[in-house]
Design a binder for this molecule. Structure first.
Ligand SMILES: Cc1ncc(COP(=O)(O)O)c(C=O)c1O
Length: 469
């Protein structure tokens, strides 16, 4: 029996956490128990060091425990740990709302070439990403009077009961389907890579796509289109350039609002502050979370002020609120995180490092041409989809690679409906050398898994680095 089986943390979780949450596979050395993390490095309870190519679900964009963000959080904790969300506010909530307006709608509508006049944004804060999604869906309902929502197959908007109506994957919806209102209508997400989905290249043409939207909205009750500009958990799927402009036009023509879920893609991940900037499309509402704070549960739905004013004025009992709304520590950290993203110019850094990530993923594809169905990269968001010799999605290889890479000191996550895609979303502070080193370990891991060789009992680990507490 492996000693890992007796890990006290995993044992406690096995006994006292819902059994659906943490997968424990001692024979694969899964999972590791995190002790501390700084920058791109994570250390586990056993003192082993790892390079994190996930930024912990995309959160640690400015590096794990970015010192400026930690300082801001600490300072705020000692000053004011909690305020009264929708009753007695605190100053940082107001400052962050202004900053989010500036970095989104004010930047987007003041740039040269924008057709309308300058606009500001208004915010509803939440804790998790799905809450930002639900705030956006409610806003669209109030603003348009229409309950229907168009969403995309493969999209992920979180698993709250409201958000589940727009998250299509049966894995998340099926057990609760009879409790959902089912106001979501789903359309195929077009991909740049014609091999990646069932149909041929012609199927992705804008005209055919618009027809699909029209069909899905035939009842005439669609008040919102919600979409990730690039799908992250759906398997790092990047749509063709016409996709968002098409959606914008369709929404305008059909009296619907365009909600962009930038919870994963926001704050520099794709090489721009927000992924919609690659196409110049301005949404009506944008959902933000994850990298917003770098590690505190705070999310935000930001909307054009005139759209957000569909909410009635406050009368003393807000109709959408929560105990921790606009938490002071989260706001302090978010303001510091935005400062770090700017100071370190991280969106531009992600754009620059795209070439390195692309070269590494393409080299992997060339090394294993029969086992790779597609490579997708934008900024520091990349994915490689694995296929079996019969062409089907190779979940086994993708998951096996993840296990082997972990043994070799690299943290990865699988994405996609079948977990067949290895996602690469490191902190935007990662160096070129770290990225290249991680890919050497990834390549070796694929070789080992494909050769079916038994991994060595004591795998060679990345050289441990001291991570100061
Ligand atoms: C695009 C997108 N939207 C929403 C969510 C849900 O966020 P949370 O897990 O914080 O509720 C996620 C989480 O991965 C996401 O990637």
């Amino acid at each position: 029996m492996s000693t890992r089986r007796k890990d006290p943390t995993l044992e406690l979780l096995r006994r006292h956490e819902s059994r659906n949450i943490t997968l424990v596979q001692p024979e694969e050395g899964w999972p590791i128990v995190w002790k501390r993390a700084r920058g791109c490095r994570v250390q586990d309870e056993a003192g082993r060091s790892y390079l994190d190519l996930t930024a912990a679900f995309g959160v640690a964009a400015a590096g794990h425990a970015n010192p400026a963000v930690v300082r801001a959080g600490r300072r705020q904790m000692s000053e004011l740990l909690h305020a009264m969300g929708d009753v007695h506010p605190h100053a940082l909530k107001a400052r962050l709302a202004r900053e989010l307006s500036r970095v989104t709608f004010e930047r987007w509508t003041r740039r040269k070439g924008f057709a309308g006049g300058p606009e500001t944004g208004k915010v509803i804060f939440g804790c998790s990403g799905f809450e930002a999604v639900e705030a956006a869906l409610k806003t669209a309902r109030l603003a348009t009077g229409k309950p229907g929502v168009l969403a995309f197959r493969g999209g992920y908007h979180g698993v709250g009961y409201g958000a589940l109506n727009a998250t299509e994957r049966g894995h998340f919806r099926d057990p609760f389907r009879d409790q959902l209102r089912e106001f979501g209508r789903f359309v195929d997400f077009p991909m740049t890579d014609p091999q990646a989905r069932s149909g041929g290249p012609g199927e992705d043409a804008p005209g055919v796509f618009i027809e699909a939207l029209d069909r899905a909205a035939a009842k005439g009750d669609v008040g919102a289109v919600i979409v990730e500009p690039m799908q992250a958990r759906g398997g790092i799927r990047i749509p063709p350039p016409w996709f968002l402009p098409c959606l914008r036009q369709w929404a305008d023509r059909n009296g619907a609002l365009l909600i962009l879920d930038e919870i994963y893609t926001g704050f520099g991940r794709t090489g721009a502050w927000f992924a919609c900037e690659h196409s110049g499309v301005v949404p009506d509402l944008v959902c933000l979370g994850k990298a917003l704070t770098g590690g505190f549960p705070l999310s935000a739905c930001v909307g054009r002020a005139r759209v957000m004013d569909a909410w009635p004025p406050a009368m003393g009992e807000a109709i959408h609120t929560s105990t921790y709304l606009g938490h002071p520590v989260g706001c302090a950290m978010a303001l510091a995180q935005l400062g770090e993203l700017r100071r370190l110019n991280l969106p531009a850094r992600a754009a620059r490092l795209q070439a390195v990530l692309e070269a590494e993923l393409t080299a992997l594809q060339r090394r294993f041409p029969d086992r790779v169905s597609r490579v997708s990269v934008i900024g520091l968001m990349g994915g490689i989809a694995w296929k079996r010799p019969d062409g089907g999605p190779d979940t086994g290889l993708s998951v096996g690679l993840m296990h082997e890479a972990l043994r070799r000191g690299v943290i990865l996550l699988p994405e996609g409906e079948h977990s067949e895609v290895t996602g690469i979303t490191p902190p935007l502070t990662i160096t070129e050398a770290q990225l290249r080193r991680a890919f050497r370990e990834i390549t070796r891991s694929v070789e080992i898994r494909l050769a079916g060789t038994k991994p060595p009992a004591k795998p060679r680990h990345l050289r441990p680095r001291k991570i100061r507490p």
